[in-house]
Write a protein that binds this ligand. Structure first.
Ligand code: ADP
Ligand code: MG
Length: 244
């Protein structure tokens, strides 16, 4: 479903060059859940943003379901509709109700009628357990509820892939579980997912594979079992010691 081959993303400015993503190759099969871990600044967010076409990369290739992102004829808006993304900051439209947040892109991008979009939106609110908030504004919801709306909004586009960038890092601890539960359910339903998180319990329970990144590179790849019992690389050991 995702094939990243030797992807490099370089940021330059004020005479400084940062290889944010440095020759990264990752394959993700349909239905697979991959968790990316690593210290701050290791390139995790930049790599996710490359996968859904939010960030152009300098070299390498990314194929989403065989479509080449680097090909000049590829419509990146089309890719962004196929690849849902959920951020640490929920990024809901503040002046739209919860339901309007869920229907907008369905109508604009998927060209659905208002009635169809509303029906789909309500189904998804039910799925993430907040049907009763359909007509509220985001600011009147808790962080955990807002993040569940953000997940529902991404799902409303019927994405083939869901990317999560530290989706629980901005939440109060008591709300982390309700968001992880929604993600676990998605994983069980067979969604292809790439999740950047420091929630090692989630990684252990849900991930098919864990990728450890440092300084823009993939340093180690393995099963959760491998990482949590016997990581090979010193940098991975040190990182896991800090977060576990
Ligand atoms: P992570 O998500 O693992 O914390 P990031 O992908 O955010 O890491 O950042 C990787 C590196 O790229 C860091 O050194 C960061 O400072 C740099 N970086 C990220 N975004 C930009 C940007 N827009 N401009 C310049 N440098 C950036
Ligand atoms: Mg990040």
């Amino acid at each position: 479903m995702i094939s990243a081959q030797n992807v490099t993303k370089i940021f330059t400015g004020r005479g400084i060059t940062v290889r944010a993503v440095d020759n990264v190759s990752v394959e993700v099969a349909s239905g697979e859940v991959v968790v990316i871990i690593g210290p701050s600044g290791s390139g995790k967010s930049t790599f996710l943003r490359c996968i859904n076409g939010l960030e152009l990369f300098n070299s390498g290739h990314i194929f989403i379901d065989k479509v080449d992102l680097a090909h000049k004829k590829t419509n990146l808006n089309h890719i962004r509709a196929e690849v849902g993304m959920v951020f640490q900051q929920f990024n809901l439209f503040p002046h739209k109700t919860v339901l309007e947040n869920l229907t907008l892109a369905q109508m604009r991008v998927r060209k659905r009628s208002k009635a169809v979009a509303i029906e789909k939106g309500r189904q998804l609110l039910k799925k993430v357990g907040i049907s009763e908030k359909a007509d509220e504004y985001p600011s009147r919801l808790s962080g955990g509820q807002q993040q569940r709306v953000a997940i529902a909004r991404a799902l409303a586009m019927d994405p083939k892939i869901m990317l999560f960038d530290e989706p629980t890092s901005a939440l109060d601890p008591e709300m982390v579980g309700e968001v992880l539960d929604v993600m676990k359910q998605l994983a069980r339903e067979g969604m292809t997912m790439v999740v950047v998180t420091h929630e090692m319990g989630f990684a252990r329970e849900v991930a098919d594979r864990v990728i450890f990144m440092d300084e823009g590179k993939v340093v180690e790849v393995g099963t959760p079992e491998h990482f949590f019992t016997n990581p090979r690389e010193e940098r991975a050991k040190l990182f896991l010691k800090q977060v576990l």
